[in-house]
Design a protein around this ligand. Structure first.
Ligand code: FMN
Length: 201
């Protein structure tokens, strides 16, 4: 379901999967992810690049209606719970930021974000919508994850089928219909200082 009002305005045309992706809050509360859809999302994440091919990303998929989902939903900030409950799944995204022998992985969060970007594009391709959330109780989510204590929860990702904003209350519906904004490219560009001229005297 493409929404022209939400499509990115760009100086040069982008691939539609990128231009038309956005983060909705109105999800179909009847929709469930199939096993194949879930696998495709995880495959997209799995094949992201990472520093030294370290693949520090880890995912816990909680499908709506399961006890795991109830626990993850409960750990979200209230402002996220009010809409994220309807998504077909909540995926806890964590990074293994320390190796088994205790060495830190400086790029773990960077790599894991990149894996979620891959997942998001695959979701867009498969007619699914993704909304990432940083608003949750990290301590509670950490205790929900079965692991060896080296996991750093980074985000919870709502995935499902988008529906019309009219399903939301007026405040959320207004945010849902708002035009997407970005900084201009000129604000993103940095300058690199020229290399110092070697002193040959
Ligand atoms: C790391 C991260 C944390 C986010 N946390 C939240 C959140 O807690 N609640 C929320 O509604 N949206 C959250 N978002 C969604 C952003 O607000 C959204 O991506 C941004 O406004 C750009 O909108 P767009 O994705 O529709 O282009 C988060 C996104 C990212 C990447």
């Amino acid at each position: 379901m493409n929404d022209p009002a939400k499509t990115a305005t760009t100086a040069e045309p982008l691939h539609p999967l990128l231009a038309e992706r956005w983060s909705p809050r109105a999800f179909d509360p009847e929709h469930q992810l199939t096993e194949r859809q879930t696998t495709a999302l995880l495959e997209a994440a799995r094949w992201a690049p990472s520093a030294g091919n370290s693949q520090p990303w880890r995912f816990a998929v909680a499908h709506r209606g399961t006890p795991a989902h109830a626990g993850v939903l409960d750990a979200l900030d209230r402002g996220n719970q009010v809409w994220a409950h309807a998504a077909a799944a909540l995926i806890v995204v964590a990074a293994q930021s320390v190796t088994a022998d205790g060495a830190t992985r400086p790029w773990a969060a960077y790599d894991t974000g990149q894996a979620v970007a891959h997942l998001s594009v695959q979701a867009q391709h498969d007619g699914l919508a993704v909304h990432q959330m940083g608003g949750f109780d990290r301590g509670r989510i950490a205790t929900l994850l079965v692991g060896d204590g080296t996991l750093t929860p980074l985000t919870v990702v709502a995935v499902g089928r988008r529906v019309d904003a009219g399903r939301l209350d007026e405040t959320l519906a207004a945010r849902e219909r708002a035009t997407r904004q970005r900084l201009p490219i000129t604000d993103l560009l940095l300058s690199v200082r020229p290399a110092p001229v070697p002193d040959r005297s």
